[in-house]
Ligand binder design. Structure first.
Ligand code: IPM
Ligand code: MN
Length: 354
């Protein structure tokens, strides 16, 4: 059987980094002996400009039939902010019910970290971000728009079902990681006394009943930012809502070496999941062969893992670590000491030699 993988290279540098990820996928497939079929989709800014289409209903139905989706980046300088993000990325997450956004924060050896006295030993945790609710649902609206009395309301939607399935996923992951067996709920119970009351009650109820082996910890989101800088070693798994997860994972990306390294998985454990580098389309570097493809390769690694190829994922991670720690001069675009495609070659070679 061959895995069916949909590929959306997307905008800006998306196609360049996706090409390197696919190079590594090929190397891993050959190494451990799995087969796959790639189907490209041209969703993104160019298609939108040409046809006015973002992600049509027919595309959603088509994407449901795949085993995984591999995404480059969405975002085009000529398209008003929000259209492609909402129309493609968020629509895919919502329609395919990818209710977990999994974002590992792991500093690899020899990668520059802006934190003094912190290294790979201290920076190794995972953020489980709720991915279909919170402030992202589009619930709300304007009253008296454009007048001096204008009112804008943007509501945070938190359902018991959505909160509980996210928490359960995080508890399971904490158990599976088997590191500190500690799950931190990141919230704002001192101000958001409805939303995070639901999160906190569900957290303790589910934890007490079904995960007594997992230590339950809580931090407000502002304090979480502080601890991520001051004592990142305190974290094993962090679970949080959509908006807070968005914010703290950019901070997480910075302490793991930057946007060139950070990968994410939009996971539907019962359906089709989508994997992406979290750094965006970086339009100013488009076509220059200078962007760092490691985040996209790491996203490919997550995809291989979720497809069920644990051994292949392990080999690819080993290859990434080897290349970033022994070859790359920097994780920043244009300063790696190698071009985008050379970095892909290095990782693919390391996989072949593993
Ligand atoms: C991310 C991005 C998206 C988000 C944007 C592009 C809609 O920032 O994946 O973190 O806010 O989720
Ligand atoms: Mn973000």
């Amino acid at each position: 059987m061959a895995y069916k993988i949909a590929v959306i290279p997307g905008d800006g540098t998306g196609p360049e980094v996706v090409a390197e990820g696919l190079k590594c996928l090929k190397a891993v497939g050959e190494k451990v002996g799995f087969k796959y079929e790639l189907t490209p989709f041209d969703f993104g800014g160019e298609r939108y400009k040409r046809t006015g289409e973002t992600l049509p209903d027919s595309a959603i139905e088509a994407l449901r039939k795949f085993d995984a989706i591999y995404l480059g980046a969405i975002g085009h300088p000529d398209v008003k902010p929000g259209i492609l993000e909402k129309g493609i990325l968020l629509r895919a997450r919502f329609e395919l019910d990818q209710y977990i956004n999994l974002r590992p924060v792991k500093l690899y050896p020899s990668v520059d970290c802006p934190l003094k006295d912190k290294g790979p030993e201290q920076i190794d945790f995972v953020v489980v971000r709720e991915n279909t609710e919170g402030l992202y649902t589009g619930s709300g609206g304007f009253l008296k728009k454009g007048t001096p009395d204008e009112i804008a309301v943007q509501e945070s939607i938190n359902t018991r079902k959505g909160v509980e399935r996210c928490l359960r996923y995080a508890f399971e992951l904490t158990r599976k990681r088997n590191k500190d067996k500690k799950l931190t709920l990141c919230g704002k119970t001192n101000v958001l006394t409805f939303a995070f009351d639901l999160w906190e009650r569900t957290f303790h109820e589910v934890g007490q009943k079904d995960y007594p082996d997992i230590q339950r910890d809580y931090a407000h989101v502002d304090a979480t930012c502080m601890w991520m800088i001051k004592n990142p070693e305190w974290f094993d798994v962090i679970v949080t809502d959509n908006m807070f997860g968005d914010i703290i994972t950019d901070l997480g990306a910075m302490i793991q070496g930057g946007m060139g390294v950070a990968a994410g998985g939009n996971i539907n454990p019962e359906g089709v999941s989508m994997f992406e580098p979290i750094g965006g389309s970086a339009p100013k570097y488009t076509g220059q062969n200078v962007i760092n493809p490691i985040a996209a390769i790491a996203a490919c690694q997550m995809m291989i893992e979720v497809l069920g190829e644990a051994k292949g994922a392990k080999i690819l991670e080993g290859a990434i670590i080897e290349v970033v720690s022994q070859k790359l001069k920097s994780m920043s675009a244009g300063r790696m000491g190698y071009s985008t495609s050379q970095v892909g070659d290095l990782v693919a070679d390391a996989v072949a030699k593993a």
